[in-house]
Design a binder for this molecule. Structure first.
Ligand code: HEC
Ligand code: HEC
Ligand code: HEC
Length: 237
């Protein structure tokens, strides 16, 4: 009787976990991931003291590492491509890593917020209001006090793993293998989004008409494409 009760309690929890496509992908290369995790060095984040005043609080720029991906990779995950990496890193602060890295037919996108270990889909709106500020010889990212981010949604479920309640996954090599096997080999690049009828429907995400035009005809994206070497100050990190 006791055993049955435990089984009955366990089934719903397991069923919820399996629904997340990040955890239900095959884990056929656990050995490889064991090795990768051993060699992994967590990227260093910049020294936050460099940020300018006045801001509401010393933590103004401290984006929360509250999902499983950023807990390992931080927001400084990209470094290979010198030209584009700072932009990928910057985008990771207002959209889930999975927005670019989980690409499947049928995926839609929504603003969401992680609260108490749950991903809550928000009604459309430009929750972030991204802008850039100059700090010494660097350009850095500034925004409204909001932890909202754009997440992919598959079959009505956000494709995102909150950190709270899932801390065990960081040490679960099988889960780490599944997560990475669920990701695309061709993550979204600048022009996949910054064009007319790109991957994200900017309008339904709540951006104003004017912002949609800016985002579709993004001068920085064009500039980066046209110039081989862009003389740009150190950007973000
Ligand atoms: C437990 C730590 C850990 C977690 C959690 C984690 N990663 Fe990784 N990730 C790694 C390691 C280690 C590598 C291999 C070394 C590297 O490429 O930096 C890696 C590599 C990658 C790569 C490079 C491609 C590849 O497969 O080697 C991408 C993209 C990536 N991770 C994205 C993500 C995303 C998105 C998530 C969340 C769904 C995530 N990672 C969660 C540790 C982690
Ligand atoms: C705006 C899209 C975008 C977002 C958001 C994004 N990535 Fe990436 N990421 C890419 C692209 C594109 C590549 C491949 C770059 C290349 O091949 O030159 C990449 C490559 C990587 C790599 C390989 C290492 C490297 O230096 O390129 C890792 C690891 C990675 N991403 C992890 C993450 C994690 C973790 C997050 C969230 C914190 C994230 N990415 C958010 C687009 C994105
Ligand atoms: C997955 C879609 C996606 C990809 C890929 C992407 N962006 Fe963006 N980008 C956005 C969204 C959405 C915003 C608006 C964020 C906000 O204001 O809340 C944005 C904002 C920007 C801004 C600020 C624009 C402004 O008007 O303030 C710049 C600059 C930018 N992106 C450049 C790039 C570059 C360069 C790349 C490639 C390295 C890139 N983006 C890749 C979706 C994307």
């Amino acid at each position: 009787m006791r055993k049955l009760l435990i089984a009955a309690l366990l089934i719903p929890a397991a069923a919820v976990a399996v629904e997340n496509p990040l955890l239900s992908a095959p884990a056929n290369n656990v050995g490889k991931w064991e090795q990768k995790l051993k060699e992994f060095e967590r990227p260093e984040l910049p020294n936050l003291k460099e940020y300018p005043k006045p801001f509401h609080s010393p933590n103004y720029y401290k984006y929360q590492l509250n999902d499983v991906c950023s807990a390992c990779h931080t927001f400084a995950a990209h470094k290979k491509d010198e030209k584009f990496s700072p932009f990928y890193n910057a985008h990771g602060t207002f959209m889930s890593c999975n927005t670019c890295h989980f690409v499947k037919p049928g995926v839609t996108y929504s603003w969401a917020e992680i609260k108490d270990g749950k991903v809550i889909l928000l009604k459309s709106g430009d929750f972030y209001g991204l802008k850039y500020v100059k700090v010494g010889d660097r350009v850095m990212l500034s925004g409204e006090e909001s932890s909202a981010k754009i997440v992919p949604v598959l079959n009505g479920k956000p494709v995102e793993l909150p950190l709270k309640g899932n801390e065990n996954l960081l040490k679960d090599t099988k889960a780490v293998a599944s997560m990475h096997n669920a990701l695309t080999d061709h993550p979204l690049k600048c022009e996949d989004c910054h064009k007319v009828n790109g991957k994200l429907d900017f309008k339904s995400l709540g951006f104003s008409e004017e912002r949609v035009k800016d985002l579709e005809h993004n001068e920085i994206v064009k500039g980066l494409k046209e110039y081989e070497t862009i003389h740009f100050p150190k950007f973000i990190w």
